[in-house]
Design a protein around this ligand. Sequence first.
Ligand code: UD1
Ligand code: UDP
Length: 351
Amino acid sequence: MIKIITIIGARPQIIKAAALSRAIKNKFSNKINEIIVHTGQHYDENMSNVFFSELQIPKPDYNLNVGSAGHGKQTARMIIGIEEILFREKPDFIVLYGDTNSTLAGAIAAAKIHIPVVHIEAGLRSFNKKMPEEINRITCDHASTLLFSPTKTGFNNLVREGFAIKNKSPFTIDNPQIYHCGDVMYDNSLFFSEIAEKKSDIINKLNLKKNKFILVTIHRDNNTDDPIRLNSVFSALNKISSENKITTVLPLHPRTSKLLNKNLSKKLYQEIFKNQYIKIIQPVSFLDMIALEKNAKIIMTDSGGVQKEAYFFEKPCVIIKKLLRIKLQLLPMQMNKKLLIHIIILSKKIN
Ligand code: UD1
Ligand code: UDP
């Protein structure tokens, strides 16, 4: 029996882990014993618990309850907790998803005590090291033994960073193996899409009309923490929704909720909450999110996961992103330079 420890912590990791846990439960339960460790990075009911019941993910075996804090304190608390569990459980592998502080903590804790790291979503790069996620993903990749990239571009990034295309087993941190494989998020979108159609009633509940609303998510720190950018984003949403008389639904991430009051000008804050076309709601469950994505006319987001799902469901998507260094051929349209908001129209043709 192979023993693995899966680290989850932030909302998208809980969702991603559903795909692998499902495969283990259905096909490999006699070969793989999965122990789930929740770092507690996300902890609100609608950022964590809701996904366990809805996506049939086994309840975590451990919860470190680290909560929110600055990068150093939060990551350090996670490393301490994860290391203790690794010593106790002695797993064959640790499995990490994506690029959050929970990913970084898992990589550092495991690599230092010689537990092989499996990184799912390896090789993805923004080429912007001011993003905490870029530091997390590069560090995690270079501490990993098995690296699974969901895209050819990601695979090639790893090759460019010195990973060999093929090594001979046994694989180790010094002799890692990279793979271009499928995407757990795509697995989940396929698997839960029909279930969402049957089970979600969010479209009726919010009184929405199919293909007649914009779905928006905003949470990236470089959009939320800088008042100039946050004002720019929300003043654009205010204008787009009222000028086009189109309902705009924002399931708001707690980070953004907490910063609206602080970082928006008083005038804009009042306008947003008076705007009859803007519906600010709590974060929604994954089934509700899929239903919103599939029924939206257009999606606007700075979320890595939501932009991918827009593509999976063939919805036009506007990516709200600060651009420092990005390959120009990826930019079909660039505007609003003055405000430093770069909007990329991502259509089916790209990707
Ligand atoms: C984190 C990840 C980001 C990912 C996102 C997914 C890092 C560095 N960032 O960003 O890559 O895209 O999760 O959603 O790991 N908060 C709550 N309740 C919660 C969780 C957070 O109120 O359950 C608030 C707290 O005020 C907290 C803030 O949100 O300080 C930010 O949370 P944090 O986990 O630090 O970063 P995210 O912005 O969520
Ligand atoms: N999501 C959700 N409810 C919401 C917003 C997002 O279930 O209210 C899902 C979304 O469908 C996707 C994942 O959360 O699968 C993306 O997570 P998030 O945007 O928090 O982080 P990122 O992908 O940017 O790291």
